[in-house]
Structures are given as C-alpha cells and as structure tokens.
Design a protein around this ligand. Structure first.
Ligand code: HSE
Length: 301
C-alpha cells in the first residue's frame, strides 16, 4: 500500500488501548473525570483499499452494532478520516473489554481507542488535544450528548477539569499521591442516554450553590492533598438524587461507606458503578483494615 504520494495514511496498521473512566466525580457533573488504567477497550485499524471503512469484528460483545455510524468506534474513525484523510478507509476490529451501560465510560473508551489508533496512521499524527472532537463524535452515538468528562480523561489521563464545556478546554489536577480509587459494579445496565433524560432541566439556586461549593472544595482538596476537602466528592445535587434510584442498594452502600474509612463515595458517570476514594493501605494499615472489612462485606452481599 501507500504507493500513492497523495495518501495521508502512511502506516497500514495500528492498535490502541483507551482506559475506562470515572466521570462527574460527585459535584463535577459533566466537568470532571479520571481514568482507571486497569480497565479499557482496544481498537485495531488496518488500512483497506475499499471505498468505505468497516467494522470487521467486535470481540467480546455481540450486541453492539457493526454499522460504522452506529458504533462509537466506527463513528469516531469516520469523523477523523473524513477530515484528515478523505477518501482513505480502514477496517476496524474492536476488542470490547468494558461492560456497556456500566458507568465506566465504555462508549468513550471505544471512541478514544479508535481515534488514537487511526491518528497513528498519519505521517504527522495530531496532538492528543486535537482528537477530542472526533472521539466525542463517536461517543455521542451511544450517549446522545457531547460531554467531555469521559473522553478527555481517557485521552489525556489524570484528574481532568473541563473549564469550558462548549469548546472542551480543560486542565489537569494532580491527585494526592496516596489516594486510591475502588469501584463497585452491580450487574445492572444503565444507558447514559436514558440516565440523562431523567435529569431535571433546571435546579434551584440553592442547589446550584451547593453544587458549586462541592466542586470547588473537591478540586481544592485534590490540589492541597486535604482529604477533609476531598470528602466533597460525596455530594451531587444534579444526578445522584435521581440516578441512585436505578442502582440496587445504593443508599445502603453509601451509608456503609460513610461509616468505613472511605473518604468519599458517589456514582461513576451515569452508573451503576460507584467509586470510593480511600488512602493507600500501606500508609494507613491500621485504620484501612476497616475499609477492607467494608469491601469484604460488599463482596458477600
Ligand atoms: N457526565 C455524564 C453523565 C457522564 O453523568 O451523564 C456519562 O458517562
């Protein structure tokens, strides 16, 4: 391939991994998120000589559409190639390792892995920040809305705060060194599009003040490494009151978390996964045993 000097795709094959994400982080609805690198999706792209891109295989999930524009990875690749290599096409293999409807940014991970892979085929790959729009073009297929709090942390890593939700400008905040995250994933599926549809169109001034206070406090706590402030991740006045009803046992578990060594707990994305902040066990061996007990209890439940 690539005998034609006009071609933009100079490599024939690439494979990329993109991590799962926890988004919202409590009071940062649509504005904050971070990756979980142990979990994620993989996308392989191979340049073809056809007149269209195609999804040739989805490994690990038989329910997702293989139609290019109905699949988050396919739509992201199409958006990218239409702009940077029009007239050139790829075959896509999606390794769907994340559960769908999990609250772990599954659709975003497929879209991000897809654009990262296809970007690698260019002679001069774009900077990562320039991939955001194309990954969002993919994610929107599943979520029905363009929000960057899964796509951006999956792409760039770290705790991401979106400073401009229209243009998707963002900055990153370092997490305290000894902060760890646990996630629990009940086996129910929640579609992001449905979980967004159930949210109120407006919240009151007093709730918006509380939400802002939580968001500012959480980020300040992250920056200062002050866990008494990081606790603010447990508050959310936009999504949690409504979505928690979809998650079996959510309030009981939150109560248990509040009486354990968990620093904070909330819904991950649109759920049903929940996340828990704690301190690294080796530095907190004594008191974190309580947190460990709390986890064992949950396992048995
Ligand atoms: N911020 C989005 C929401 C994330 O909560 O709807 C969805 O994964």
């Amino acid at each position: 391939m690539n005998m034609n000097p006009e071609r933009k795709l100079v490599k024939s094959y690439a494979r990329a991994f993109a991590p799962a994400t926890v988004s919202n982080i409590g009071p940062g609805f649509d504005l904050m998120g971070f990756p979980i690198f142990d979990l994620g999706d993989i996308v392989e792209v191979t340049v073809n000589d056809l007149s269209c891109s195609r999804i040739t295989d989805i490994i690990g999930n038989s329910t997702l559409s293989k139609e290019l524009e109905k699949n988050t990875a396919g739509a992201a690749v199409k958006s990218f190639l239409d702009k940077y290599a029009p007239g050139e096409y790829v075959d896509i293999v999606l390794h769907k390792l994340l559960p769908i409807g999990s609250g772990l940014g599954s659709s975003a991970a497929s879209a991000v892995a897809a654009v990262v892979a296809v970007n690698t085929l260019l002679s001069k790959p774009l900077e990562v920040k320039d991939l955001v729009d194309h990954a969002l073009d993919g994610e929107v297929v599943a979520s029905g809305s363009r929000h960057g709090d899964n796509v951006i942390p999956s792409l760039v890593g770290g705790i991401v705060v979106i400073s401009d939700p229209v243009n998707f400008n963002f900055f990153k905040v370092d997490a305290p060194q000894d902060l760890i995250v646990l996630t629990f994933h009940p086996h129910v599926e929640i579609k992001t599009s449905e979980a967004r549809a159930m949210l109120p169109m407006m919240i009151s001034v007093s709730e918006s003040i509380k939400q802002t206070a939580g968001a500012v406090t959480l980020i300040t706590g992250m920056i200062k490494g002050d866990y008494s402030l990081v606790k603010a991740a447990s508050s959310d006045y936009i999504a949690e009151p409504f979505r928690s009803k979809l998650i079996p046992g959510y309030h009981e578990v939150k109560f248990m978390a509040s009486s354990s060594d968990a620093i904070a707990m909330n819904i991950s994305g649109s759920g049903p996964t929940s996340f828990y902040f704690s301190k690294l066990w080796r530095q907190q061996r004594g008191s974190n045993l309580k947190f460990k007990k709390f986890m064992i209890k949950l396992d048995l439940a």
